[in-house]
Ligand binder design. Structure first.
Ligand SMILES: Nc1ncnc2c1ncn2[C@@H]1O[C@H](COP(=O)(O)OP(=O)(O)OP(=O)(O)O)[C@@H](O)[C@H]1O
Length: 696
């Protein structure tokens, strides 16, 4: 390795691997089915550190309302604990074991692994559910992996989650909004359902804080006397041991450009280290695209076959492209996966031997005063760094190269990140709690309370949308209907309003497109061509209406992948749009709402968009030469994003879907409006905005 690396002072312990861990290094790898026979998988299971604790886990769960399991990354918590509990009988009599994950990709991949280990078909005894996708069988599924967001949704139909005997909240250290909300609600449910068991697990969780949160006397918890033997004090189990060693290396000196440093480290590993795939953690799609390009250019400039197979991995990537990271690298090539923190927890990518950790991730920070949620590149916490390193050492020993100094790790990095709850827009959280009948949101039992300002802002938004009434209760029927739709409340309001405006067919298409990351392929060096193709679908009214043209073209092409690539559209994402739209149609039918097309009456569509997004109205500054707009609500300076159809067109009044902040605040997905529609759609809201609202 290059000399600037220095091994970490605290070497991770070497594992006891009595049976000789190298035995199965050379075993054939494959994507979905590992190619290992069931009995080999059974042997591998038994060698995981957590296996030694099987009886202890079964005993603790039997006797404690809550069990907290802390164990190294890769020790087998996610894949094994649900199986142990199933063996102990917790999935008998029509009951199910749920295991939540913060991320969809993890849900799918651990569910497949567990199905494989149990030698059953995915979707039968072992299933999974993520938003808009349910691969379970109500009659046969015993172990269900799902995102914590989906479990929260299930509570709307079944508030006590009666079909589950045990809920395992995995990766609880991530402290996503949904995880925190779930923990508070599960604590409440336990008071009503003494038979429900909770297991909280993570490699990097603060077990004491969690234990204090869940501690309560039976009296306090309101449990009945029949549960005399049940211990209300959470049990804490520390699983000792790690699958394989991961050597940690730090930089001798800090670097100013982590992207360049990551690329150089990939190249030096490739030239100096033994075979094995590489996983690089960067911050977002832009970083990742740049790294892919730099690596590709480097190898091209040397006129050689690099021997590298480079794969990006981020949440906006279509499913098919994401799944490539699980496949074997082409023969003789070293796979390099360049990922965001989507790959930070729960994932096992079999060939990974080397991890490169940039030390940064993109994190949301919401300012309730300006009402802007920024995605900021910020240093990660020690917990994240440990999780990243833990992606190596899962099926063989590994190395982790941290692109920062050991001193930085020890003295500068926070032990844990700030919970998402304390740095996000809380509109979706508030509506969900309201839908679950929790009225006193500020008094809710939070693991860490959100800021009152953000709460108040969320209440204001929901009130202005007509979702909450003067007593801050959900309105009938709009509030309840908006809460039923698993989308951002502003999109849901747009959908509901479209039913009375007679354009729900069109708005469902728009809602589905706004629910995926981007329907366009990444232009990567072909910006001009991509812009020209985009213009074929463009209409003067803006992006939303252009989406309707794209969707129509896709259907007319017979949902053709060729048509998509000819038009710079992402085929997988377009298929997803069709799927989401179908789900939304079914949901509207269930809610008894009418599906109707406006047959080209674009004005109705624009009015429906405003019904949801009136708060995002902006006016072009009178003498602006550079396309500067000001938001009506807070007079914030904003610009139309270059990816928008309306970039450089600059209509006088617009409404946007979301803001992204880089050098400036940019509006994405923009529609031109008539300002009088704002007062028509939301007179109560614009009444207060009069000083900023010169109608012209
Ligand atoms: N898809 C897979 N392919 C090969 N091995 C796997 C796969 N999934 C899991 N394993 C093996 O099972 C082990 C345990 O994985 P598991 O996800 O249960 O660990 P964990 O303790 O939950 O880790 P983490 O805290 O990182 O989520 C891995 O270290 C690896 O050896």
């Amino acid at each position: 390795m290059t000399q600037f690396w220095r091994p970490g002072a605290e070497r991770p312990q070497i594992l006891d691997d009595e049976e000789g861990g190298v035995l199965f290094y050379s075993a054939p790898q494959s994507s979905s089915s590992s190619g290992f026979g069931y009995s080999i998988l059974e042997r591998l299971r038994k060698r995981l550190p957590v296996y030694k604790y099987k009886t202890a886990i079964q005993f603790l769960v039997e006797n404690h309302a809550t069990t907290i399991v802390v164990g190294e990354t890769g020790s087998g918590k996610t894949t094994q604990i649900p199986q142990f509990l199933r063996e102990a009988g917790w999935a008998e009599g029509g009951r199910m074991i749920a295991c939540t994950q913060p991320r969809r990709l993890a849900v799918q991949s651990v569910a497949s692994r567990v199905a494989e280990e149990m030698d059953v078909k995915l979707g039968e005894e072992v299933g999974y559910a993520i938003r808009f996708e349910n691969v379970t069988n109500p009659d046969t599924t015993k172990i269900k992996f799902l995102t914590d967001g989906v479990l929260l949704r299930e509570m709307m139909d079944d508030p006590l989650l009666t079909k589950y005997s045990i809920i395992i909240v995995d990766e609880a250290h991530e402290r996503s909004i949904s995880t925190d909300m779930l923990l508070g609600l599960l604590k409440k449910i336990q008071r009503r359902r003494s038979e429900l068991r909770l297991v909280i697990s993570s490699a990097t969780i603060d077990a004491k804080t969690m234990s204090t949160f869940f501690t309560g006397s039976k009296k306090h918890q309101g449990l009945e006397a029949k549960d005399d033997k049940l211990n209300m004090t959470p049990a804490i189990l520390s699983v000792e041991g790690k699958s394989f060693t991961v050597e940690i290396h730090y930089l001798e000196e800090p670097v100013s450009d982590y992207l360049q440093a990551a690329v150089s480290t990939v190249l030096s590993i490739h030239s100096q280290e033994a075979p094995g795939d590489i996983l690089v953690f960067l911050t977002g799609q832009d970083d990742i695209d740049a790294a892919v390009q730099l690596l590709t250019e480097d190898t091209r400039s040397h006129g050689k076959n690099s021997g590298l197979s480079i794969l990006p991995l981020y949440s906006g990537l279509p499913r098919g492209d994401q799944e490539l990271v699980f496949s074997n690298s082409p023969r003789g090539k070293r796979k390099v996966v360049i990922a965001t923190n989507i790959a930070e927890t729960s994932l096992t990518l079999e060939g990974i031997v080397y991890v490169i950790d940039s030390g940064f991730s993109k994190q949301k920070f919401f300012n309730p005063i300006s009402d802007i949620e920024n995605l900021v590149v910020a240093p990660i916490s020690k917990a994240s760094a440990r999780q990243r390193a833990g992606r190596a050492g899962r099926v063989r020993p590994g190395k982790c190269f941290r692109l920062y100094t050991e001193d930085h790790y020890v003295t500068q990095m926070a032990v844990e990140g700030v919970p998402e709850m304390q740095r996000s827009n809380l509109v979706s959280l508030v509506i969900q709690l309201k839908a679950l009948g929790i009225d006193n949101i500020l008094g809710f039992d939070w693991l860490a309370p959100p800021s009152p300002e953000a709460m108040i802002r969320a209440l204001e938004v929901l009130y202005s949308l007509g979702v909450l009434d003067d007593d801050a209760k959900l309105t009938t029927p709009i509030g309840f209907q908006v809460a039923e739709i698993p989308l951002d409340p502003m999109i849901s309001k747009m959908v509901i309003s479209s039913c009375s405006l007679g354009c729900s067919e069109e708005i469902l298409t728009i809602a589905a497109v706004l629910s995926v990351q981007s329907i366009w392929m990444s232009a990567r060096g072909a910006q001009k061509e991509s812009d020209e193709l985009k213009r074929r679908f463009a209409v003067a009214e803006g992006d939303h209406i252009s989406f309707l043209n794209v969707y129509k073209g896709f259907l007319q092409s017979g949902k053709s992948s060729k048509w998509c690539s000819q038009n710079f559209l992402n085929y997988q994402t377009m298929k997803k749009v069709v799927e989401i739209r179908g789900q939304l149609c079914r949901l509207l039918n269930r809610l008894g709402l009418t599906l109707k097309s406006c047959e080209g009456d674009i004005k109705a569509v624009r009015k429906a968009v405003i019904a949801g997004f009136f708060a995002n109205a902006c006016r072009l500054e009178a003498y602006s030469v550079n396309g500067m707009y000001k938001t009506v609500r807070t007079s914030q300076e904003v610009y139309i994003h270059p990816s928008s159809i309306l970039h450089r067109v600059n209509p006088k009044w617009v409404v946007y879907h979301s803001l992204v902040s880089t050098d400036k605040h940019y509006m994405r997905n923009v529609i031109a409006i008539n300002p009088s529609w704002l007062t028509e759609a939301a007179p109560h809201f614009y009444h207060f905005q009069k000083p900023n609202y010169p109608v012209s």
